[in-house]
Design a protein around this ligand. Structure first.
Ligand SMILES: *[C@@H]1O[C@H](CO)[C@@H](O)[C@H](O)[C@H]1NC(C)=O
Length: 478
């Protein structure tokens, strides 16, 4: 072989490959695989990719939207356009971790325009959020355990026991709403509860309505309902403030009283209108997601009899340890470990809230891509909940996977970081207490085995989840 040819090849190699290697190594060191925006499609003008997002939700495949794009573009982050906004979707546990730990530093919370129009001052003061957190922690909530237990028993006695079959989802929506009315406001009168429910349903419909505020539109009705409720709530607040001044803390009997007597970090009382707005938000946030979760627990228990048996055993043990008529207490709740794993597995497969939104308050880099200031950001529970890397056989219902807990930032039905759902302890109590009562009374079977599940906002069984009830014989049911 001619040495000069070898020399030439060597020179070419050095000239071409060495700079390329240096470039590659350098790029890797700086973590900059790609300069500029994340990959992805912005879709059609205005509607963007919203139609596909909605249509997959309607077909009950909400995870398909994110997973198709994660496979096509990147498992870390991709861009799209939803809700008339340019948006990037942060994926996986690193995406969740990044967003939850950069709250108010790089990102702030953002709501679709329909929601901000319904609530106007949705954010309220940050201090009020702190007050709420304090109150919705498990400690102050514990004393309501017997109340929830009593309400669950009453509900089952009046609405389930005398019937062979029920529309479980419909019943549960009413049940959780009654619990929220009682615990938050001490409202028990059925007519008042019914009126409030009507207004709240208007509000929830407005979330996903077309963003058109003209007389007669869904959004318009939702805005009116929200105003009516805020006025109604502030009247109650005024009256309650008077009672509390006259009778002192003895009159503190529900969450509202606690919100009123609590002061913020500067020792000031919280503004009435702020409380009213926050209450409307809390009502919306707590009752629908809780009833959805209980409904899907009942569904998975009907489909997985061995899981039902284990929940039943656990709840029977607790029932056996009690005197007749003795209500549940905090120790009992702590014993419901397997039942809570069942609830977690249900929320993993069917998160009642699929994700929320943030807005970039400055330009920043994530995974080598630029996220421009003003762009909206979406995190989506399905990007981790359905990832086989975190949850093997992700479509299988297997509560035992929660025995050792889930890896950090992978199980996020309540979000995370400073904006983690303040109602999560409340939801846990209502779910477990209802489950205790329902499994100790019945087995059940699905009456619509092929019922479609849609998932436009929360997962929804289209026929209201009709079930046929089979009361136990020879078991402890008190
Ligand atoms: C739920 O409550 C509303 C209002 O109180 C009532 O009209 C409706 O019939 C209830 N639904 C069920 C399934 O009981």
């Amino acid at each position: 072989m001619d040495y000069s040819l070898l020399y030439l090849l060597g020179t070419i190699f050095v000239c071409l490959c060495v700079p390329l290697l240096i470039f590659l190594v350098g790029r890797k060191r700086h973590g900059q695989r790609y300069e500029g925006l994340p990959q992805g499609k912005l879709g059609l003008p205005v509607v963007g990719e919203s139609l596909e997002y909605l249509s997959l939700g309607k077909q009950g495949k909400p995870e398909k939207f994110v997973w198709d794009r994660m496979q096509k573009y990147s498992r870390e982050v991709f861009k799209t356009s939803l809700l008339k906004e340019k948006m990037v979707v942060f994926c996986g546990a690193p995406g969740n971790k990044f967003l939850f730990s950069n709250e108010n530093k790089l990102v702030i919370s953002w709501w679709p325009s329909t929601i901000t129009r319904i609530f106007k001052t949705m954010e309220g003061s940050l201090q009020l959020r702190g007050v709420l957190y304090e109150f919705l922690k498990i400690e102050p909530l514990r004393k309501y355990i017997p109340v929830i237990d009593y309400m669950a028993k009453q509900h089952l006695k009046e609405k389930w026991c005398n019937k062979g079959q029920v529309l479980a989802f419909e019943e549960l929506k009413n049940f959780t709403f009654e619990v929220v009315c009682r615990l938050f406001l001490s409202v028990e009168k059925p007519e008042t509860v019914a009126t409030l429910l009507k207004h709240f349903n208007c509000i929830i419909e407005g979330f996903f309505a077309l963003p058109i505020d003209l007389p007669g539109t869904t959004l318009n009705r939702a805005i009116k309902a929200s105003k009516t409720l805020q006025t109604w709530f502030s009247a109650i607040i005024k009256q309650r403030r008077m009672e509390l001044t006259q009778k002192g803390e003895a009159a503190a009997r529900d969450i509202l009283s606690h919100m009123i007597v609590m002061t913020d970090t500067e020792g000031l009382f919280v503004d009435d209108m702020d409380i009213a707005t926050k209450l409307v938000g809390l009502f919306v946030g707590s009752h629908e997601s809780t009833s959805t979760t209980i409904t899907f627990i009942l569904k998975y228990l009907a489909e997985n009899l061995h899981v039902y048996e284990k929940v039943f055993q656990e709840q029977q043990e607790i029932a056996k340890s009690k005197r007749e008529g003795e209500p549940l207490n905090w120790e009992d709740i702590q014993k419901m470990r397997y039942s809570w794993n069942v609830a977690c597995e249900t929320m993993r497969l069917r998160p009642p809230v699929g994700g929320t939104f943030r807005e970039a308050i400055t330009d920043f880099t994530y995974a080598g891509f630029t996220i421009p200031k003003g762009w909206k950001i979406h995190w989506n529970a399905y990007t981790t909940h359905k990832d086989p890397k975190y949850f093997s056989n992700p479509n299988e219902f297997d509560p035992s996977r929660f025995e050792d807990g889930a890896p950090p930032f992978t199980f996020v039905p309540f979000g995370g970081g400073p904006r983690i759902c303040p109602g999560r302890e409340f939801a846990r109590l209502v779910i477990l207490i209802f489950l205790h009562n329902v499994v100790n009374k019945f087995r059940w079977e699905k009456l619509a085995p092929f019922e479609r599940i849609t998932c436009v906002s929360a997962p929804t069984p289209e026929e209201g989840f009709p079930i046929c009830l089979k009361p136990h014989v020879n078991t402890i049911v008190h």
